[in-house]
Write a protein that binds this ligand. Sequence first.
Ligand code: 9D3
Length: 243
Amino acid sequence: MQCDILTLFPEVFEPYINSGILRRARAKGLLELKLYNLRQYSENKHLQVDDVPYGGGPGMVLKPEPILRAVETIAQGQKSKRVILTTPQGQPFNQQLARELAGEAYLLIICGRYEGVDERVAQQLVTDEISIGDYVLTGGELPALTILDAVTRLIPGVLGNDASAAADSFSEVLLDYPHYTRPAEYKGLQVPEVLLSGNHEQIRRWRRYQALKRTYHRRPELLNELGLSDEDKELLSKIKGEG
Ligand code: 9D3
């Protein structure tokens, strides 16, 4: 996948894209990532990219021309392009959208800043407006990194086989079961006996029970999206019986 990011703060991406999975995906040639500084596309002698809002009010708005000029230059020759704008008004990002974007050959992410972006940018060239959740950030850079991280790990070949098996669409719907590692006792707290038993069928069932229990108590709405197996239904009625 090829991904271009247009931002006023390209430097904030560097440490993250040069570490961990993103670094590995780039080294393997599975992700071709380029950062572009929006300021370089200003034709204004002060390199101005923002201006006061029509109609008044607080803050500044990103002007349309530098963004349109940048996208024309950056994405020229891309056959099919998804042009994403990170904005609090966008559709909520989720795993389903991450999977969809991971199937694209080319993404361009425009990072919103200040009070927002002139609406004509969205009208002219944006295909997807995306928010990462209902909290107020200072700009679209962390959302762009979030999207990039979630999408990159879904590109075939980026994760090892074990990790990709664990990341299948089925296991992503439920909250995870509790994890433990050594020591078997820590400050008087014991690792659940079943995990030390070596009985893989019992362990599998315990984990499924725990995942369903956590999801039922913490994120019950997720259970509606899940096709429940007969075992799930049995485990859930046990969970509900426990109150
Ligand atoms: C407090 C300012 N708000 C006035 C009602 C609007 C506002 C403008 C710009 C709020 C946040 C921002 C900057 N945020 C983003 O550009 C952003 C964002 C976010 O804040 N939360 C979740 N997802 C995203 S994607 C882009």
